[in-house]
Design a protein. Sequence first.
Length: 483
Amino acid sequence: MNDSISHYLILGDCTKTSEIDRLPLIDLLITSPPYFNAPFDYEDFYRNYEEFLSLIEDFGNRFFARIAPKGIISLNIDDMLVKGIKYPIIADLTKILMKIGFKLRGQIIWKKPEGYIRISRRSGVFLQHPYPMYYYPDNLIENILIFQKSGDFMESKSNSELKITQDIWPMTNVLPIKGRLEENIAAFPEELPKKLINLFTREKEWVCDPFLGSGTTMKVARDLNRNSIGIEKLKELLSIIEEKVGHKFSTNATHNSIFKFLKSSNNYQIKKKRKGKSGNLSLINLALNPKFNHSGVSKYDLLILDMRNLHESGLNPNFSELLKHLRDGRILIVLYDSIQENIEKIPLHIINDQIMNQGIRLRDKITVWYKNNKNWVVKTKNNETVVFQHEYYEVLIYQKGKFDYKTKSKQEKEDSKLDKQKFLSEKWFLSLWDFRDKIKSECDKDVFSRLIELFTYNNEKVASNTKILNVSNRKISLNYVKL
């Protein structure tokens, strides 16, 4: 290949197409895989969750050899709520890609404008029933997972060009509304690929989006003078891609400076179903099993476990036994931070699998935005160092079975009633809790206090591996446990 810019569009299945093997290695892959049972462009694409994970496995295996050494994969993805069930997509996707051989480097949060989220039917349940256990937050964020094919995560920063950014990015999302070019298409904002391309590539390097959709990544790559490869299975999107990218694709293109068009023989109709693979890629079915046998003495109404400093050497063997002491229907809170200095973090999927092995499912997730001074680093193939200023940790909310609200009397509910005005004014109903004016210790106290108010009634038992839970106005019994 010479130094001119080329753009290739392949209509076909990215997990099967052979055309990509004739193109240069990819320096940066940016994509958003078809969301599991999203309510628009890929609705009913998957028969079940296992089919979604099989697609991710096929994709990872297909592209591992096509990523350049130290090349980056950035995936816009999030845990998905489908018919009241929260699917642990981030943990399961990470498990699959790490098994294939990719290294997880970090996670970027992109925040939608608060005006996009109003009190929904989901979070509005609390306004009708302002009592513990009725809390469901409205999602304000999505995640960008950063994987790398090879390279040392903590390489020296000397003699390198530093690129510095935060790891929470406020961006305005693109809504699939009537009359817009991407109507009924889940397109991400142009700012997302623009930031990633500027951080991880130089001009004339190769950017690829294997689930191209409306063509946003190719359009931005063209604007930024990068080569690009776009792969899209829905041939019906060709005209939309052409309009967005600003070029009429032609199979007769011969000059290297104009767009090139490759058409695979694998056409796809929107309602066609994939054939699922055998094998258990997720423990979601176990966690949703109402007949799961919980052995052991149940004695805690809420478990709060701080795992932000958990070492890669593994979980304490007593962890599974501790989970058995959580009462049926009640909440397990896991505080997790994927970025900690000087320790090898245990991957989230290992924690998630251990929890779901006990028949405990993911219910919700809160991201806590606070004043932090830690960084995480990605070294690119050009020896450029990208420094991310780390600003958040995650609160994972799991539930054991189904809570029976009828077990609480009217008086018990009134005695433990929460302040609706505080819920609204402090924006507890959002999945992003903003504590940027507070350092970690101050932030933790407020977070723990909220969690205890939201998930316990008076005179109940709370267990935790941290001793700073004496800040809630709830009358509870506090128990310290080792992890």
